[in-house]
Design a protein around this ligand. Structure first.
Ligand code: FEO
Length: 405
């Protein structure tokens, strides 16, 4: 019987047997405009090993792809690199259907799988750095705690020189193409950056440690097989190299001005501020929340030296979309930013002050006291914003030069 969904061979012993999610547009707050994939990999030696599964609704698609390689039957082993449900939602059904002799996970993975699924199946733990021969092939496990959860690990298959990197070096990108070299570079770079900015940014220091460790191990890599997005069989150090740059969070001469507005007063302040920054030679992106998703702002912050945020006051508070954005950005823990707050008000004026408080709590160095304008900015208010933008530009240029020195 033919299958609706077929596997894709990626090396001598490995087939991709995952699922393509063309629909998903929200991944716990991160807007996934191009959908995603949940990659699972079937390794066939003398025995069969499945590495990760898929999100629960895609169980049938994965099973169809598996059946296209080996027909209906059993697998011998299952390796769970990461317990988040985009990779384990289908795990209990997979275990019931394919009856592996063992399910392997890190010690943290065993705990997390128990917390998700109870005692639905036994889990055998593997240690950081441990190697196992399964089906005559050589697997090594490396823990990558907090990348992206405490349980995370990656698996290296020495025979085919593949690193199954789980969330690592992935991206949310649904495509018919399975390999990165079949996709346009600007899309790969944009979606890679978006994924890093919206998921990995808080763990930047751990990313740098992992990159150091993998470099020191000098693994003979030929293929990088993440759990989301395309498989890399050429230029495989490209995404790790980009991750290293993003994780260092080195500021460049770039500023983000993000604002929300009711009657364009705060919007006019944003544009006046941007004119000063631009005159001072800073590449400036003005991002109205009416038009920009929080994930867009997080992505644009990669490489930025400055974040300016503006909100009017509504019922004694900043506007809800700005509260949403700042809550999200605070959790992502961006580093090395200077910035400022601005806004307009009618009678009480808390909005800009609250923006300033949140930016300060995020560790953003404030370059000026909050700009807070009653009702409608006058020409002198706009000139003041422009001039503060120019002063901020000089400060940003100095700090970028210092970083280079
Ligand atoms: Fe793709 Fe952290 O799950």
């Amino acid at each position: 019987m033919s299958n609706v969904f077929n596997a894709v061979r990626i090396s001598d012993h490995v087939h991709w047997v995952g699922a393509v999610d063309w629909e998903i547009r929200d991944f716990h707050g991160y807007e996934t405009g191009r959908g995603t994939t949940y990659n699972a990999y079937l390794v066939t030696g003398d025995e069969t090993v499945l590495i990760d599964t898929v999100k629960k609704p895609f169980f049938g698609e994965m099973m169809s792809r598996i059946a296209s390689v080996m027909g209906p039957g059993r697998i011998d082993y299952l390796i769970s690199n990461h317990s988040e449900m985009d990779h384990t939602g289908a795990l209990p059904e997979t275990v019931s259907a394919l009856k592996p002799k063992k399910v392997f996970a890190s010690a943290g993975g065993k705990k997390a799988l128990f917390d998700h699924f109870g005692e639905a199946f036994d889990v055998t733990t593997v240690k950081d750095g441990e190697s196992l021969k399964l089906g005559g092939l050589d697997f090594t496990f490396l823990e990558t705690r907090m990348l992206h959860w405490p349980d995370s690990m990656v698996t290296f298959l020495a025979n085919d020189r593949i690193l199954f990197s789980q969330d690592g070096f992935g991206m949310h990108l649904a495509s018919s193409e399975r390999f990165a070299d079949e996709l346009p570079d600007p899309i790969l770079e944009h979606e890679g950056a978006r994924y890093f900015a919206n998921i990995l940014l808080p763990y930047s220091s751990l990313v740098l440690k992992l990159l150091e460790r993998v470099t020191a191990l000098n693994l003979p890599l030929q293929i990088l097989a993440p759990d989301h997005g395309p498989v890399w069989r050429r230029d495989i150090l490209r995404m790790p190299g980009l991750w290293g740059g993003w994780a260092r969070q080195k500021p460049t001469a770039k500023a983000i001005i993000v604002y929300d507005t009711m009657w364009q007063s705060t919007g006019r302040l944003a544009r006046a501020l941007s004119e000063g920054l631009i005159e001072g030679g800073i590449s400036t992106k003005v991002m109205p929340l009416e038009a920009c998703h929080r994930s867009d702002v997080a992505t644009e912050l990669l490489g930025a030296a400055a974040l300016f945020a503006g909100s009017p006051t509504l019922n004694n508070h900043l506007l809800p979309r700005m509260a949403d954005l700042l809550t999200y950005l605070k959790g992502l823990k961006p580093k090395n930013l200077v910035g400022g707050a601005f806004g307009s008000y009618g009678w009480s004026g808390e909005g800009a002050k609250q923006v300033k408080e949140i930016l300060s709590a995020m560790g953003v160095e404030m370059l000026f006291d909050e700009i807070n304008v009653r009702y409608v900015p006058k020409p002198e208010d706009l000139l003041k914003c422009r001039s503060l933008g120019l002063e901020a530009a000089e400060r940003i240029q100095r700090s970028v030069k210092d970083q280079e020195g």
